[in-house]
Design a protein around this ligand. Structure first.
Ligand SMILES: [Zn+2]
Ligand SMILES: [Zn+2]
Length: 103
């Protein structure tokens, strides 16, 4: 059985594009190009991600209905709760992730 790991990513802050997430095994941020979906693991040692990689997802708040939304694909442009078309730039990163971004 294939293991599917999902990691919550946030925008990179060192450059104006791309993603990063804090790896719970390497204890550092791994950076990736922009776009949700599957990636090969950037872990430099053997971790539970090494073999199958992981899926980048993002957690956002819909500006229209204020519901928390988990996005797994860049094609998910409509809010699954209210159906509103929302651009990524209009989505509000979750409070938890905003806190993480400050680090
Ligand atoms: Zn890692
Ligand atoms: Zn909504």
């Amino acid at each position: 059985m294939k293991t599917q790991s999902e990691v919550i990513c946030i925008p990179r802050t060192d450059i104006p594009f791309g993603w990063k997430f804090f790896c719970p095994f390497c204890h550092v941020y791994h950076s990736h190009g922009t776009g949700l979906g599957h990636r090969e693991a950037h872990c430099t040692k053997e971790t539970p991600f090494s073999k199958h990689g992981y899926y980048l997802i993002e957690i956002l708040t819909c500006p229209a209905c204020k519901n928390t939304i988990v996005r797994r694909s860049d094609n998910d442009r409509n809010c699954p709760e209210c159906g509103q078309y929302v651009k990524r730039s209009e989505m509000i990163p979750s409070i938890e992730l905003r806190a993480q971004k400050v680090i």
